[in-house]
Design a protein around this ligand. Sequence first.
Ligand SMILES: NC(=O)C1=CN([C@@H]2O[C@H](COP(=O)(O)OP(=O)(O)OC[C@H]3O[C@@H](n4cnc5c(N)ncnc54)[C@H](OP(=O)(O)O)[C@@H]3O)[C@@H](O)[C@H]2O)C=CC1
Ligand SMILES: O=CC(=O)O
Length: 322
Amino acid sequence: MKKNVVIFSRASSEAVMEDLRERYNLSVFLDPLGNDREAFMAALAEADGMLGANLKLGEEILKHAPRLKVISSISAGYDNYDLEYLQSRGIQLTNTPDAVTETTADTGFMLLMMTARRAVELAEHIKTGQWTASIGAAHFGVDVHGKRLGIIGLGRIGAALARRAHFGFEMSILYCGNSDKPQYEAEFGAKRLEMDELLGEADFICVCVPLSEQTRHLIGAREFALMRPDTLFINIARGPVVDEAALIEALRAGQLHGAGLDVFEQEPLPTDSPLLAMPNVVALPHIGSATVEARELMARTAANNLIAVLDGETPAYPILIF
Ligand SMILES: NC(=O)C1=CN([C@@H]2O[C@H](COP(=O)(O)OP(=O)(O)OC[C@H]3O[C@@H](n4cnc5c(N)ncnc54)[C@H](OP(=O)(O)O)[C@@H]3O)[C@@H](O)[C@H]2O)C=CC1
Ligand SMILES: O=CC(=O)O
């Protein structure tokens, strides 16, 4: 008999959806906690597996899914899921890290370049007819090549960003994290520092850590005060790793030169956020992995994870150990 799988967001691949449809009874909900809530809750009662992204899943919802064996997240980050609860229920959680690494690093480096060279501000300048004379010092950006990039969390994405910076732009790489990374020290000369030291030394700082109870508001007023007024700050990880109110204050006070942000404490970012009115902030709508290729690979990886668990096999990317 076919197993039941609940899809709780769009998987950006029709081919993957077709494969899943052949194997399972699929119930697809694009607005599971809104318009589709009643049907979604009803489908959970029979669900063996779930696949999707961008939904907070803990006991309140999952207690309605007594048969559930696996949640396959179409994402690298898994801060949306209550790991303790899943562990206690024996429900496996899987993710798609390698599928997003290079694309998210591309986004990070793009943000870094856009922020350094004031790309959005100057593109607006020309679009609004203000380019009436040669660009002068008031509109100059700062160089990227040869500078120091400080990476908070030198994992998959951090290392992919570091390679772009080091091999493409001759940047030196500083990092802080839980452990030494001898492989990256050998590969691109990364140097491990205490976080406080890194904050004062780096020209560019990029946040690449997962969101957890340990990293929530890892960067706040104290940390911004340790940065130099010429520092450019980039966040491509998760909004709540940074105390956004403290970031806004630091930018207002000139403690930072600018910021490039792909993620925010509240998403979508409220349209009245002060960040949107700051010319030295480049804000993107959480597009780290938003390319056709990456989203296709994420969907395929997530489907393979789901199938493996439902077949009683070990998935490629398990989060929990039973
Ligand atoms: N903007 C976007 O669209 C995207 C955002 N992301 C986000 O990026 C995050 C990172 O992804 P990925 O690189 O694949 O993850 P990895 O697990 O490969 O790397 C995370 C790194 O963070 C380090 N780390 C963990 N806790 C701390 C801490 N308290 N202080 C400093 N460093 C710490 C880890 O160090 P150690 O190895 O020593 O434990 C590890 O090196 C994801 O969790 C997700 O939230 C991911 C994809 C797209
Ligand atoms: O934010 C995206 C992810 O894959 O995590």
